[in-house]
Design a protein around this ligand. Structure first.
Ligand code: GLN
Length: 204
């Protein structure tokens, strides 16, 4: 499979490294034409959501990214990536792609405990180490959104249709379980052999 990683700012290289450790190919999305390639999944990394939000608008890739997600592209957003996907940002800040029907609170743990790790149970995976860096949490979810992880009583992982959003950074640990989980979701969305075959046949 080929996984596209938004690479305009933030921790994209860490995701690429993890994908390559798992034997998967990644491509970087830095400009509009990068989105013309075929790919099977999309990762929106951690970083600074305000900066990434501004850059994807300026680079002219905002609409295409949103369309791909809304049309079913399996998408993983980590930390700032989750904020980019959220429909609402607490405090009245304008949302970005707004494809994921949740409300997130940015920098939700304050400056003092901005970064920490915890071992929690993640649905579909089991116990795994979670690393938080100036993380948001999910304040509320709308109908249809599954909570897949909580930490300290707060929602830190959600799944909605083709979208997974997490407040933690699975790419900065050595634990590959979360990426494997996402890759399984990408594989499940691949067109079946029969569909691929019929789309390659000339129309008679
Ligand atoms: N605090 C950042 C933001 O609000 C997110 C931090 C991160 O991605 N590690 O965008």
């Amino acid at each position: 499979m080929k996984i596209a990683v938004l690479a305009v700012q933030g921790a994209f290289a860490e995701h690429e490294k993890m994908l390559s450790d798992l034997g998967e190919e990644s491509i970087e999305i830095r400009k509009k034409s990068d989105l013309e390639q075929d790919f099977d999944g999309l990762i929106l990394p951690g970083g600074e959501s305000t900066v990434m939000g501004k850059l994807i608008r300026e680079l002219g890739i905002f609409d295409c990214l949103r369309e791909k997600i809304e049309n079913g592209m399996p998408t993983l957003g980590t930390c700032a990536g989750l904020i980019l996907m959220a429909k609402n940002i607490a405090g009245g800040e304008s949302p970005h792609l707004a494809t994921l029907p949740v409300t997130v609170k940015r920098n939700a743990y304050g400056r003092q405990i901005g970064s920490f790790t915890a071992t929690e149970h993640v649905s579909g995976i089991g116990e795994m180490p979670l690393t938080f860096i100036r993380a948001p949490y999910v304040e509320s979810v709308e109908k249809g959104v599954d909570v897949i992880a909580t930490a300290g009583g707060k929602i830190v992982g959600v799944k909605y249709k083709n979208q997974i959003g997490v407040a933690f950074h699975p790419e900065v640990t050595k634990n590959t379980a979360f990426h494997e989980y996402f890759l399984k979701m990408c594989a499940a969305c691949l067109p079946s052999d029969t569909e691929q075959l019929s789309s390659n046949l000339p129309s008679l």
